[in-house]
Design a binder for this molecule. Sequence first.
Ligand code: DX5
Ligand code: ZN
Length: 217
Amino acid sequence: MALPHRIAPSILACDFAQLKNELKRAEDAGSDWHHVDVMDGHFVPNLSIGPPVVECVKRYSTIPLDVHLMIENPGDWAQRYADAGADVLSFHFEAAQDNFAQTLDQYHATGCKVGVAVNPPCGVEGMRDYLNRIDMVLIMSVHAGFGGQSFMPEVLDKVRQLRAWGYQGDIQMDGGITDQTVHACAEVGANVFVAGTYLYRADDFPTAINALRKAAQ
Ligand code: DX5
Ligand code: ZN
């Protein structure tokens, strides 16, 4: 099983006043996806962007949009973010525990690739019976809500567990990813790497993305 490595810079760390240029900077450096962090001020103690901004990102983007919803009642929003231009659309397991199967159906109905995310304290056992319907598992390696936090290596056990169960979909790592932390993630079977601070705040974006790809190998 050799899933391609994908690098997804998180626009949360970009200069939002220069959004169009920032997207181009990421694309010119060879990014695979744009990671778009949506926060509602309820599921996480921070607010970021909503559908109108995602629509603008879509308008200027030439690569897939990987939209990470950190919101309550995710089922209510699936179609809105799909319409705004998401290609990969992830919601948090913790936000949908009471109606997970139904929420999964709502996300599949949009036609997007469907991701399910978990914060560091949340295990992956609850999604085990549904893995054949999950295109990507997003393992948070910091507590969702803010960029610039330190990587938590203890979450790597969840990646090992998913691969040990035979999960063959994408596994995305998000939070504190740098050239120092990405290798440990790839080694246990993760293949999609989100990086905000490390890429957008680097002196040179192309140099940083190349360092990340190399370190992941
Ligand atoms: C955190 C977001 C991450 C964040 C990563 O809630 O989901 O995508 O932007 O930022 P860094 O790479 O700075 O940890
Ligand atoms: Zn994210």
